[in-house]
Design a protein around this ligand. Structure first.
Ligand code: PMP
Length: 428
């Protein structure tokens, strides 16, 4: 495929935007080459500036669960835009989407909308600290909760892709309040709690990790965290920015039957517009301003266009719960197809999958935490990425990312993808 115009646009962009992109993972730095500039997208496909059609397995890093430019979402946004794009005053639609979200997700009475997953997680931790009157938090190596200071300690996603899991600019004072644990290792968490007795406000976790590839929790891990939190007066924060409204209507809490105290959302909840949210039971949420002392605010929070897109998206997911099964089946089909052709071509690999999240690791060991994810062969991944891209298949340009399956993908698209993997495998 030819990417001449994308490369020219990238050159121009680099003159005025750091690295030519507004979010680092877009830059292809980990895989080499120039990023693709997208012109438009529809359903399962991206159409780039050179006129190529790509089957999209990133889907805006998760939000496009029903495909790009999904008509009900687009119509809702267009209709709203005609009536004004921001007021900084309450609107009825905010209550409507809040009511719907609260009815879909277990254990939440109230929800507050923000503009990104970063904001949602940052605010959730502030709320947890304000509620428990404790300062420290536990996070897991390889989990990503946005780019707020206290999370950039052994963070996953772009932070690890670019070798800056501990970013300069985060003060020692902030870093010392973030305690780092190993994913899927309950004993490790227990010992951290023991040595910081009475000081930990919350444990924040991606209950299914998606930022070191896809890593599901091992049996008993989330349940164990729940018990530890109960025993030590610690709040359990599920970062469901990726998994919320994707793995099930009620997210991982519903899928795996473990209760969280605070839940954060992003991606699907905004239907592709900039939306995040955090939610909890009433007792916790009432600590927020204007009811309580924990301050949190936003000029564009609850923006009418964003709320219209989110409401259209959640309404469809609520009305047609078969979607979750359907995308999980497609993901399983893809998993089996890819695994078969890679095995036939003797390519060492491990595939992790849960629901509509999947990742291919070029490693023979089980991938259960950040260390095992980092063992994957990055040179093989680079070849894999470019081999697929040459055949019109667009996966995340980093081995530390999950693929997101959309309902818009047909089985024909999946077969085309498996065939492209088979061709690529020849040169791995
Ligand atoms: N939490 C998780 C689990 C995420 O995957 C991300 C983004 N990929 C974030 C938080 C941050 O969200 P945003 O990029 O919208 O700030």
């Amino acid at each position: 495929m030819i990417y001449k115009r994308s490369s020219a646009l990238f050159k121009e962009a680099q003159k005025v935007i750091p690295g030519g992109v507004n979010s680092p993972v877009r830059a292809f730095k980990a895989v080499g080459g120039d990023p693709i500039f997208v012109k438009e997208a529809k359903g399962a496909y991206l159409y780039d500036e050179d006129g190529n059609r790509l089957i999209d397995y990133i889907n805006s890093w998760g939000p496009m669960i029903l495909g790009h430019a999904h008509p009900p979402v687009v119509d809702a946004v267009v209709e709203k835009a005609k009536k004004g794009t921001s007021f900084g005053m309450p609107t009825e639609i905010e209550t409507k989407i809040a009511e719907l979200a609260v009815s879909m997700v277990p254990n939440i009475d109230k929800i507050r909308f923000v503009n990104s997953g970063t904001e949602a997680c940052m605010s959730a931790v502030r709320l947890a600290r304000g509620f428990t009157k404790k300062d420290k938090i536990i996070k897991f190596a390889g989990c990503y909760h946005g780019h707020s200071d206290s999370f950039l300690i052994q963070a996953g996603s772009g932070a690890v892709t670019f070798g800056s899991p501990n970013s300069p600019g985060v003060t020692e004072g902030t870093a010392k309040d973030t305690l780092l644990a190993r994913y899927n290792d309950l004993k490790n968490v227990e010992s951290i709690i023991k040595s910081n007795k009475g000081e930990i406000a919350c444990i924040i976790i991606e209950p299914v990790a998606g930022n070191m590839g896809c890593i599901p929790p091992v049996k008993g891990f989330l349940e164990g965290l729940r018990s530890l939190c109960d025993a030590h007066n610690i709040l359990l924060v599920f970062d469901e920015v990726m998994t919320g409204f994707r793995l099930a209507k009620g997210g991982v809490q519903e899928l795996l039957g473990v209760d969280a105290d605070i839940v954060t959302f992003g991606k699907v909840i905004g239907g592709g517009l900039p939306v995040g949210a955090f939610a909890a039971r009433e007792e916790i949420m009432n600590h927020l301003a204007p009811l309580g002392p924990v301050y949190q605010a936003g000029t564009l929070s609850g923006n009418p266009l964003a709320m219209a897109a989110g409401l259209a998206m959640l309404t469809e997911l609520n009305d047609n719960v078969n979607i979750f099964d359907s995308i999980a089946k497609k993901t399983k089909y893809l998993h089996e197809g890819i695994s078969k052709v890679l095995t036939e071509k003797n390519v060492v690999h491990t595939i992790n999958r849960i629901g509509s999240m999947i990742s291919v690791h070029f490693s023979e060991n089980p991938v259960v935490d950040f260390e095992s994810a980092a063992e994957g062969n990055n040179e093989t991944f680079k070849k894999f990425f470019h081999g697929l891209l040459d055949q019109g298949i667009y996966i995340a340009p980093s081995a530390f990312e999950s693929w997101f399956i959309t309902e818009a993908l047909t089985y024909k698209d999946l077969d085309e993808t498996i065939k492209a993997v088979s061709v690529t495998a020849e040169s791995l």
